[in-house]
Design a protein around this ligand. Structure first.
Ligand code: FIX
Ligand code: ZN
Length: 435
């Protein structure tokens, strides 16, 4: 605040400019312009688990899918005494009836994921206090899938979607090997989890695709893995290669994963000039009885990322950490390496209090040179709430940053607000992956 008190500052900026240039001339106008711009800027959602309509049954939407989201299943078991084994034996509609009854009727849906369902129902004009799911089911049964996706993309103002594509998944392979062109708004991302985190199980699946790999990572296995990646890159045309990694991820690492990353994945990234996305800090199956809902988080070692960036200056890395404790070190590391792009507030961090803190820190230390959010949506309808929640919080953080800048003596213009929003929501990612 230098020599000015808050009151004196407010007075200065209220009196500054006549507003005829369309630029904000006082704090409330600045606030209005930031809110308007952030809520209307189209989004490129770089990481989701959504699929283009051509993937048929993999493309999920509707109330039963929304309620069977693993975030809500984990919350359901906080309130219900039903054993997980008994829950998994039920048909999906019965499971969603139970989740609705428990989390939305018998309890107030305060959590981020539960509020999300309320926000979706509200946006679609459905009863957010319904005693059962009859009305919602009727609504979704009447939707034409292609028109419905269109509607959701319009409401959420998402223009482009990054999928998560597993080259070892039978159902996906069928679509990639078919002739149907994939909806151009859906972009492939080649997921390496099964390859890098479960090599013994990946070997027979790769052999089935005629790649001569063995459990022992020898020279031929490395060459064949590179050939596998090359072929899939040509087939999928992914925007990036990606993998989720445990909290004990190390680099370099004397393990199958370490060898495959160093000798197969990184050379292929270099050759194709394609980024590698590293999502670090997940502890899979902390409670296996909960299946997908049983994954947890652990604090990881950010120096592994510093090393991989330092040793591979010609490879670009998109990086997100799952632990709140790793966020500060990630931002500091990004200041050291221009080939590192921090992105998103992943999974357990995708809550307003934590997005607020992470986004403010990123503005303070990186300016606009980061990607604030991805949705991680698994069900199409989730785009509605995940993006409206994130937009609101990013707008708050951006407004605070602009107000601070103004206090230092520089007024932001309308054009700058629009430019910054475009970078944050799509431009930084498009530039990074070169589209
Ligand atoms: O590994 C991932 O991409 C995670 O996002 C998922 O595995 C996780 O289940 C999820 O949906 C988080 O939002
Ligand atoms: Zn994900």
């Amino acid at each position: 605040m230098n020599n000015l008190t808050v009151k004196q500052f407010e007075k200065t900026i209220s009196a500054d400019g006549d507003g005829r240039d369309g630029n904000p001339r006082d704090v409330s106008e600045l606030r209005r312009q930031v809110d308007e711009t952030i809520s209307t800027t189209p989004v490129f959602d770089l990481h989701t688990h959504l699929f283009a309509p051509e993937f048929g049954g993999l493309n999920l939407y509707g109330i039963d899918e929304l309620l069977n989201y693993h975030y809500l299943i984990a919350e359901f078991f906080r309130f219900s005494s039903l054993a997980p084994e008994a829950f998994w034996k039920l048909e999906k509609p019965k499971q969603s009836d139970l989740i609705w009854q428990t989390l939305f009727v018998e309890n107030t849906p305060l959590s981020e994921a539960a509020r999300g369902v309320v926000a979706v129902l509200n946006a679609l004009g459905l009863d957010t206090r319904a005693a059962d799911l009859r009305q919602a089911r009727e609504f979704f049964a009447a939707q034409n899938p292609a028109d419905y996706i269109e509607e959701v993309l319009k409401i959420s103002n998402v223009t482009d979607i990054g999928m998560t594509n597993d080259p070892l998944d039978e159902a996906e392979i069928k679509v990639w090997n078919g002739d149907a062109p994939i909806d151009s708004r859906f972009h492939a991302a080649l997921r390496l989890d099964r390859l890098l985190n479960g090599w013994a199980e990946a070997v027979p699946l790769m052999r089935k695709q005629n790649y001569e790999v063995s459990e022992n990572i020898d020279g031929r296995t490395i060459n064949e893995t590179r050939r596998f990646l090359n072929d899939w890159i040509l087939k999928m045309k992914p925007l990036y290669l990606g993998v989720s990694l445990p909290d004990d991820f190390a680099f370099p690492e004397d393990s199958a994963r370490g060898k495959l990353i160093k000798d197969a994945v990184l050379p292929v990234c270099r050759e194709h000039r394609i980024s590698l996305s590293l999502m670090v800090g997940v502890r899979r199956k902390v409670n296996p009885a909960l299946k997908l809902a049983g994954d947890g988080v652990g604090r990881a070692d950010v120096s592994a990322i510093a090393r991989i960036c330092a040793e591979n200056p010609d490879v670009k890395f998109l990086v997100t950490f799952l632990s709140r404790e790793n966020q500060h070190e990630l931002v500091v590391t990004a200041r050291k390496f221009a080939n590192l792009m921090p992105f998103g507030c992943w999974w357990f961090l995708n809550n307003s209090s934590i997005i607020t803190e992470i986004t403010r820190e990123r503005f303070e230390m990186l300016g606009t040179s980061f990607i604030p959010q991805h949705s991680d949506a698994r069900i199409v309808d989730q785009l509605i709430y995940k993006w409206s929640h994130s937009r609101r919080i990013i707008a708050d953080a951006l407004f605070e940053s602009y107000a601070g800048l103004w206090r230092e003596g520089r007024r932001v213009t309308r054009k700058e607000i629009e430019r910054d929003a475009a970078k944050l929501f799509s431009g930084n990612f498009r530039d990074w992956v070169g589209i």
